[in-house]
Design a protein around this ligand. Sequence first.
Ligand code: GLU
Length: 436
Amino acid sequence: MTVVTRFAPSPTGLLHVGNVRTALHNWMWARKHGGRFLLRIDDTDLERSKEEYVAGIRADLAWLGLDIDGEERQSARFALYEAEFEKLKAAGRVYACYETPEELDIRRKILLSRGLPPVYERKGADAPIPEGVAPHWRFRLDHDAVIEWTDMVRGAQNFEPKTMSDPVVRRADGSWLYLLPSVIDDIAMGITHVVRGEDHVSNTAAQIQMFESLGATPPAFAHEALLVGTEGKLSKRLGSLGMESLRDQGIEPIALVALLARLGTSDPVEPVTSAEPLVASIDFARFGRAPARFDEAELALLNQKILHHTDYGAVADRLPAAIDAGRWNAIRPNLMTLAEAAEWVSVFDGPFAAPAPDAADLAVLDAAAAAMPGVDWTADPWHALTAEVKAATGAKGRALFLPLRRALTGRDHGPDMGELLPLIDRDQAIVRLAAR
Ligand code: GLU
């Protein structure tokens, strides 16, 4: 069996971390099994769906490295839905209803006031058909078949159809609700695994009967616990945190992938530089039932850790030309974001405004300036320079190193000077040490 998964966003907005996580897990599952990962644009809501969001979704998936093996869109498939709907109608599995929302609301309230579950009573089928009213359509659940499946995350699930309302699948204006087209598509596209949020669990119960009513075996399901913010709630911030804002903050796509792949699972979040080990290890049995907490600070830290052992080759095309492999290796332990690499170009090659030295540091700097002509730049110049200055001034430790670091780099902290100094332009170093 070839594994086929799909990510099915509605293009009514841009992707946020929550739905990116769902996309990622579908992609990982397909890749782990050498299968196919499809993008299905759920644009049955023609009014709210926008082309710019479709383009944004594609671009975000590409940025994250979630390559797709095919794309479909629901708005191009209405003829198929119509045909399948006719079959269900002929078989009596969908039926026309004429209640208004107000009538349904009153019935619900009456049932609740009697202490009964507010389940749709199928009265519509027998009631006289009001004149000039177009029906909406419900799927008739089979009350005699208990709905059961083994969820890859949640384990054994079972639903009693008698306790469920027959779901509305089509509105009076002919437009489709999400449930039925999704099932028709999952069958047509040969989807083997549906991975989505646990907010869909009760939809799954109804959809399992839809699969069966259309003569298909339901796919396997994995319903993952929801993603929440640090405060433990589905925060507004989380629901709108898009890829553009993360990109602007300097978050690498692999950092987001590394975090979302493991968050809420019993596997540790690791600073990987490629998705490969994550793909190899995905296992829905290791996904927890508790909400997964997404913390932007954790993401920033992971981003930093990943940069610290990212190879030059992986980022060369995004670095200033002046940052070669040696310079990258020297500065990467000090970067929070890749963009910060640009700030080091002037440290290596100038232009450079040397900070005015403290009076107390002048002796060290004078000795360094005097030593420079004799320092061989090709063989450990930092060691040679500091040895000379130490011999001349008696300075050692911080009193020796800090004035030199400041004068040479303009900073109090940074990469190991032994590694950094030979990468700094020699003439620049001479000027910096002599600047007063
Ligand atoms: N368009 C649906 C959603 O975004 C798809 C759900 C599913 O994966 O079946 O909620």
